[in-house]
Write a protein that binds this ligand. Structure first.
Ligand code: ZN
Length: 331
């Protein structure tokens, strides 16, 4: 759960494109390039959108561990749910190596946390694939892809959010194995010859159209998402991760420490939840604040986006365009 850092100083111009779904059209933003973030010249900027433009669409937030999505994409998930998506969480490991107590107790603690993350982000349900934590190189990736393809077809997933399979210097095999399986499953789920027994059971081919990838190391970023309006939900999803999340009980601990010094931070309030909430808000969102500041938002998250809007940005004329513009009537 080591967080991305924005520490470079080279400035790169960025064009912000116009259109629906929160894209705007001025060329004003400047963004830092750093050794952890390689920003394309024309990132998609996703602003807050009123109403429910995504009504009827389905997303799957896919993570190896309970804290991955809350840390890197809790804001994006909450925003898309607010804008009409129905969402599911898929946890690929049993999280048995990160948390309190014995291995069994760690599993149970994380299992409870997944349910709380689901509630905090407004998702419908968690699916647990249950592979052993830190041992995912050992699994049969074909089996995992087949399970993901089944879920993509069953849930009719339009959009996935997860680790970038091309993120650099990722040291945790759970992250890169999951990312590779997800990437392949997204397009294979649309094939008519992959796992045909699914069709006999009533499913149909269904490919994922949009992907938002996050990484904790260097990554090519082409999408900046304004998460200011849902920042409280992102914080709640991190509080939900009691077993291994970044917040722990730090707010309460800090309040108690200050009490011994006869001091208090008024914003920390009088109850434990407020103290832990404010600890995250005040001290653990520096990356989101720093990125947001560069684009004129209070808080932002960064992704590599693959989907129709990415194609739209690099649109090249098709044969149909050529015919439309060049064909003349037969005489
Ligand atoms: Zn992780």
């Amino acid at each position: 759960m080591e967080r991305r850092k924005f520490i470079g100083s080279t400035l790169a111009g960025s064009t912000i494109l116009g259109g629906a779904l929160g894209l705007t059209g001025t060329k004003t933003a400047k963004a830092k390039q750093s050794n952890h973030m390689i920003l394309t010249d024309d990132p998609i900027i996703e602003r807050d959108v009123p109403g429910k433009p995504h009504e009827g669409k389905v997303l799957a937030a896919i993570q190896p561990h309970a804290d991955d999505i809350p840390i890197f994409a809790g804001g994006l998930v909450a925003k898309l749910i607010k804008e009409g998506y129905t969402g599911y969480l898929i946890n690929t490991t049993n999280d048995d190596h990160a948390g309190p107590g014995s291995v069994g107790e760690t599993c149970l603690a994380n299992e409870r946390d997944w349910d709380e993350v689901v509630k905090a982000l407004g998702l419908k349900k968690v699916f647990n694939l249950g592979y052993r934590n830190h041992r995912m190189e050992d699994i049969d990736i074909i089996e995992m892809k087949a399970r993901l393809i089944f879920l993509i077809r069953t849930l009719k997933v339009d959009t996935v959010i997860g680790y970038d399979p091309w993120g650099l210097y990722e040291e945790n095999p759970d992250h890169y194995v999951t990312a590779q399986a997800v990437e392949a499953a997204c397009w294979m789920a649309g094939g008519g010859k992959d796992y045909p027994e699914h069709f006999r059971a009533g499913l149909q081919p269904h490919s994922v159209r949009e992907k938002y990838y996050h990484a904790r190391g260097p990554q090519i970023i082409n999408c900046i998402v304004d998460i200011s309006s849902v920042i409280d939900k992102k914080i709640e999803s991190n509080i939900a991760n009691k077993a291994q999340g970044p917040a722990g009980n730090n707010g309460v601990n800090l309040r108690e420490r200050l009490k011994k010094e006869n001091k208090k931070l008024p914003v920390f309030g009088n109850d434990d939840h407020t103290a832990n909430f404010q600890y995250i808000k005040q001290f653990l969102l520096e990356d989101e604040k720093e990125l947001g500041k560069q684009f004129g938002f209070e808080y932002a998250e960064a992704f590599h986006y693959i989907g129709p809007r990415d194609k739209l940005r690099s649109y090249t004329p098709t044969m149909d365009d050529y015919i439309k513009n060049s064909a003349v009537p037969l005489r």
